[in-house]
Design a protein around this ligand. Structure first.
Ligand code: ADP
Length: 365
């Protein structure tokens, strides 16, 4: 396994032909971003236009199967990218890609018979604490005795492994499924295990959704009461496709109190309403500043905006989490604040949200 190299992968893929031009995908430079993490291999095939996704699906699968057969490979993830077609420099913003969404790969809802409920945690934009809230709700549900899995589908910043202090990678099981690492008694799978943080791929809507659905189906979750999904931020086509393809039980939307973030949260409501996914409620993160020294509360972002928005939209308000240094510190230590007995106020704030979520999940079971 240790002598797996990019060259080995490239050599295995040398015979792969472009279904349109007939030329070698390797020679034309279309095979890119080969990332090897332990036995997990990720790569992208760059295509000329997002509109050609369907024509390249067969070769994408073929590449994946070839790589899976290479000695030492435990899992292979191949995605299609359309860097040549894109004008922007970095990864596609989640809200971009309207054109691509119309060409999303066909495919109905995926079936996950051993998973009783799926909770998605979403936000209109990045940096609002969505992953933090997802991890704390998951750990809260676990502490109530549920069997919990956590899937980090946030391709733009897969942070769940770090938030839970996971350093190992998934292993390959006998049934050809990945065995997820376990942290705080929760099975965890992350996009971060598959992609190179240093060189983010350019993801396009349907391709990203395809890679994400694989994390659901190719992971050995065992029996779960709930799978908590940390969604990519935003309300673009990839998020929409995912919400349509995954049998979601309910959604929690995370927002900060600032108006701009709230406007984004509204888009989140609309997205889930469009896909008939029940919205369990909204969590206001960084709701107010809790001074760790004097315990004073300062409403620096104008507290209460999320509650108001929730009311306007007929969506439940699940509670607020203060901006508190210990949230970040606990995250950096890989231990969710909801488990921290040294800060009961914070623990209670997360537990109260997790409890409301649990009630709604139990109703749906
Ligand atoms: P997102 O998933 O929305 O991008 P993260 O959960 O990764 O956001 O949080 C972004 C940063 O903010 C992290 O460093 C996290 O530790 C910090 N953070 C999140 N919520 C809080 C909070 N309530 N108080 C203090 N820091 C927070």
């Amino acid at each position: 396994m240790s002598d797996l190299s990019k060259e080995t992968i490239q050599a295995a893929l040398a015979g792969l032909k472009d279904p349109i031009s007939g030329e070698s995908l390797l020679e034309s430079g279309a095979i890119k971003g080969i990332v090897i993490r332990g036995g997990n291999v990720g790569l992208s095939i760059d295509i000329a236009s997002p509109d050609l996704v369907n024509q390249y699906e067969t070769v994408r699968l073929e590449a994946e199967n070839i790589v899976k057969d290479v000695a030492g490979v435990m899992s292979a993830t191949t995605v299609l990218t359309a860097e040549r077609a894109s004008d922007d420099k970095g990864p596609a913003a989640p809200t971009q890609g309207k054109r691509i969404g119309q060409h999303a790969q066909p495919g109905g809802k995926i079936s996950l018979p051993n998973i009783r409920t799926i909770l998605v945690v979403a936000s209109g934009k990045g940096g609002v604490g969505k992953s933090t809230v997802a991890v704390n709700i998951a750990a809260g549900l676990k502490s109530f005795g549920l069997k919990v899995g956590l899937l980090d589908a946030d391709i733009y910043g897969p942070s769940v492994p770090k938030l839970l202090g996971i350093n190992e990678k998934p292993q390959m099981g006998d049934n050809d499924k990945m065995i997820p690492p376990v942290a705080h008694s929760m099975k965890v799978m992350s996009m971060g295990f598959m992609v190179d943080e240093e060189a983010p791929l350019v993801w396009r809507g349907p391709m990203m959704a395809g890679a994400m659905t694989q994390l659901f189906t190719d992971t050995d979750w065992g029996e779960l009461d709930v799978l908590v999904v940390d969604m990519p931020p935003g309300t673009g086509d990839a998020q929409l496709t995912l919400a349509q393809r995954i049998p979601v039980t309910g959604a929690v939307i995370v927002s900060t109190p600032q108006d701009i973030a709230l406007i984004d949260a509204k888009k989140g409501f609309q997205m889930f309403q469009k896909t008939d996914v029940p919205i369990f409620g909204i969590v206001e993160n960084m709701s107010y500043y809790a001074c760790p020294k004097c315990g004073d509360r300062a409403e620096i972002f104008g507290h209460g905006g999320a509650k108001e928005t929730a009311e306007n939209y007929g969506v439940e308000f699940l509670g607020g989490i203060p901006l508190h240094i210990s949230v970040r510190e606990k995250s950096d230590q890989g231990s969710p604040a909801v488990l921290d007995r040294n800060n009961e106020a914070l623990r209670e704030a997360f537990l109260s949200i997790a409890e409301q979520v649990q009630d709604k999940l139990l109703d749906a079971m």
